[in-house]
Design a protein around this ligand. Sequence first.
Ligand code: OVM
Length: 405
Amino acid sequence: MHANPYSGVPVSDFDPYDSAVLANPYPHYERLREAGPWVWLERYGALAVARHEQVHAVLSKPDLFCSSAGVGLANFHTETPWRKPSIILEADPPNHGRIRKVVARVLSPASIGRLRSTFEAVAARMVDELVERGSFDIARELCEAFPTKAFGDAVGLPAEGREHLLPYGDMVFNGFGPINERFHERMKTSGEAVNWIAQVCRREALTTDGLGAQLYAAADDGEITHEEASMLVRTLLSAGLDTTIFTLCNAIVSFTAHPEQWALLHENPSLARQALEEVLRYDPTFHSFYRTTTQAVEVDGITLQPEQKVAVFIASANRDPRRWPGADTFDITRRATGHTGFGAGIHGCAGQMMARLEGEVLLTALARRVARIHREGEPVLHFNNTVRGLKSLPVSVEPSLAAVH
Ligand code: OVM
């Protein structure tokens, strides 16, 4: 237990990494928000922010709350990270800006827009096949299969070996939490995935027309080094799979729990984009990460110490009743923009347009072809220190009565 150095700040024994919490974190987030704007987590020696206002405040001051000391619980100034730090996620201005500019261009709406028709064709084929079968595991056979194929092809990955993508991401996202049993379990079997990722980050392993190749082209132009291009392919593969896969899973969980919301989407598939936004608010994939103070920081009447780890509960900000009327209601007709499912500020998700495209395309394809989705078993949660999603969800679907094409 870590003694609370901040007088007036409430103390909590909350453990965000406890399996019972991960199974349903939302009642715990409510307690955390109601305890105060800043809460001392005595198990971890970190301050927590769980309200929308404070989450936003921390994320909008990268000079005071930095990322280069690691965005996990570990402080890179005193602990050795398990892998080389990311040159975009775990970086600060001004270096961060130079790298982010390149990634932002490769993942810009214009660049991503060119992928839409290909993604639509992949989604149509996958959904048609599954609807034909009638019952299947939607988590594995659709939510996992679609980004693995569509995004994997977009990056320019070889077809062989993509089964390593989710386990690699699982390692990365466990790595933002404490070095617990869950982290050790995953690391035991990590060797092959780490090797495969290192192999496919090389220019020679990638197609010549994908997002990976575009990063290397930026290196040819002198914007970044070739070593940095390879690190950014690693970023695409670290951040781009588990996140989108689990978001699609969480969409299906919410829609099967709220069939009247699916009925709305089925009646009007053009709601897909805003429905995805509500999924990202109501049950986002990414739950928490950290910032570290660069100096003594005065905030809300507290003086934070330098090198103070701050746990930022973005999934809790999305349920803050101070910001969202009916925060605990899944409602695809609401305006969910402003949610923190993608974080906020200069580190706000660089792949969010890609994530939205994948989500919109897949939800649209499903909504046009499927009238009702029935659970044929309980959703099986995937436990990870940072991201929430599913391992499995058996469903049956009732096809749409109207013709699709
Ligand atoms: C990276 C990285 C890894 C995981 C997540 C992420 C959400 C980035 O390697 O840069 O952003």
